[in-house]
Design a binder for this molecule. Structure first.
Ligand code: PLP
Length: 409
């Protein structure tokens, strides 16, 4: 967690259990419990460092937990995509030798200066002439910069768009690439196809746009950064294997008109940490097919509430019916918006006091907890069992064969 938020979390970090049921038996927790699976995050990191045909930068915003950062570092992730000066400081304090890349295209001047002069950051992204001028000024005209121009690309194949906010249009890219080339030691082009990209074609299409931009500008490009967007597995969202993404990116990047010694980078967030966390919640009330639970939209379930994301669930109480009902959840705050539509498939006779494990919350889940309305306490424990789904175990199931998954297509 970012400094300041950690205070809301208890410290059972040293406690290790086999699985969520063992946690419930031992603690009967009244507050939500976040389960860490370091072995799953390490496995994801090794997969990327060994199989991606280039360098993998971890996008810290997906989950900035220092414990996770150390797991990724130990598994071979040396580069980190940071987006704010707080993330720069956090990663620098946690991993003194890490290479930090400041990939937010709109930065405060003071943040750039501190990152460059105090934390050794040399890589920055930008999508405007104003930002380029700001970077040059804040680094006192540094000559050792790697500057990545962010290109706007389509988000049409992704579950969460990142297309409208950042990125220069292809039509305007040539002058910016040329101006950046003048001041950069290394020139890069980066993009983001949107989060949870459901087909490798998203990257192929984006790399076609990179090709057009490079040809248009006639500049030598040293870094091609395909960004994040690598998917994880959720109910109704079963993407192709990541090997297919890597192969398609490799092929498309190989044929780009870039410098012979150019580097290929990617910035996975979700794919490196989705499997790292799950969450234990308690049922506080039932009302038909609505369950009132003790975490929600202002906690780790932000995406479940705000974009209708579906997470896998399982009931941790024994002796419940095999018959399942599709439930929706209410979170603990007094806000009507604290509602998660689901449907979440759980036993038809689930009761007040029962516990539920919600899986795949390592990305944009555990990291989103706030203290709104006095809720947001959670204990942290480590478990050794496997996550509810995995891209990295070589045993991918057909989604329709799983009890807690509803196939949408
Ligand atoms: C959010 C973000 C990422 C990570 O995206 P995922 O979809 O989680 O992989 C990578 N790069 C940038 C610039 C981002 O903003």
């Amino acid at each position: 967690m970012l400094p300041g938020r950690k205070a809301y979390w208890g410290s059972l970090e040293l406690h290790q259990f086999h699985d969520a049921s063992a946690v419930v038996r031992a603690l009967s927790p009244d507050e939500p419990v976040i389960l860490n699976r370091p072995h799953a995050a390490a496995r994801a990191a090794r997969f990327f460092t060994e199989k991606f045909p280039g360098k993998s930068l971890y996008a810290v915003k997906a989950n900035p937990s220092p414990d996770l950062l150390k797991v990724l570092w130990d598994a071979g992730v040396t580069h980190y995509d940071v987006a704010s000066i707080a993330e720069v400081r956090l990663v620098r304090a946690t991993l003194p030798e890490a290479v930090l890349c400041f990939m937010h295209p709109v930065k405060a001047r003071g943040a750039i200066a501190e990152a460059y002069h105090q934390h050794g950051v040399r890589t920055f992204s930008l999508d405007s002439h104003e930002e380029l001028a700001k970077i040059v000024e804040a680094t006192d005209g540094a000559e050792d910069l790697s500057l990545c121009v962010r290109l706007r690309v389509s988000s049409e194949f992704s579950e969460l768009s990142l297309a409208s906010k950042f990125g220069i249009d292809l039509a305007d890219a040539a002058p910016l690439l040329q101006a950046t080339r003048q001041v950069a030691d290394a020139l890069g082009i980066c993009f983001h196809v949107g989060s949870q990209a459901m087909t490798p074609f998203a990257y192929v299409q984006a790399l076609e746009r990179v090709r057009a931009a490079v040809v248009d500008a006639s500049v030598t490009v040293d870094i091609v950064d395909v960004g994040g967007g690598f998917p994880s597995i959720y109910p109704g969202m079963e993407p192709p294997p990541l090997e297919d993404y890597f192969a398609a990116i490799h092929r498309a990047a190989e044929s780009l008109p870039v410098s012979y010694s150019s580097e290929l980078w990617c910035e996975p967030g979700r794919a490196l940490c989705a499997e790292y966390n799950s969450l234990i919640v308690k049922v506080e009330r039932t009302r038909g097919d609505e369950l009132y639970i003790n975490d929600g939209a202002y906690g780790a379930l932000y995406d479940a509430a705000h974009v209708g994301w579906r997470f896998p669930v399982r009931c941790l109480s024994e002796g419940r019916s095999e018959v399942q009902t599709g439930y929706s959840f209410y979170g603990p705050t007094c806000d009507d918006a604290d509602y998660m539509e689901g449907p979440f498939l759980l036993p038809a006779d689930i009761k007040v006091g029962d516990y539920i494990e919600i899986g795949m919350l390592g990305a944009y889940g555990a990291a989103m907890k706030t203290a709104f309305n006095g809720f947001g306490q959670a204990d942290l424990v480590t478990v050794t069992d496997e996550p509810m789904a995995s891209q990295y175990m070589g045993n991918r199931r057909d989604p329709r064969s799983s009890d807690n998954v509803v196939a949408l297509r």
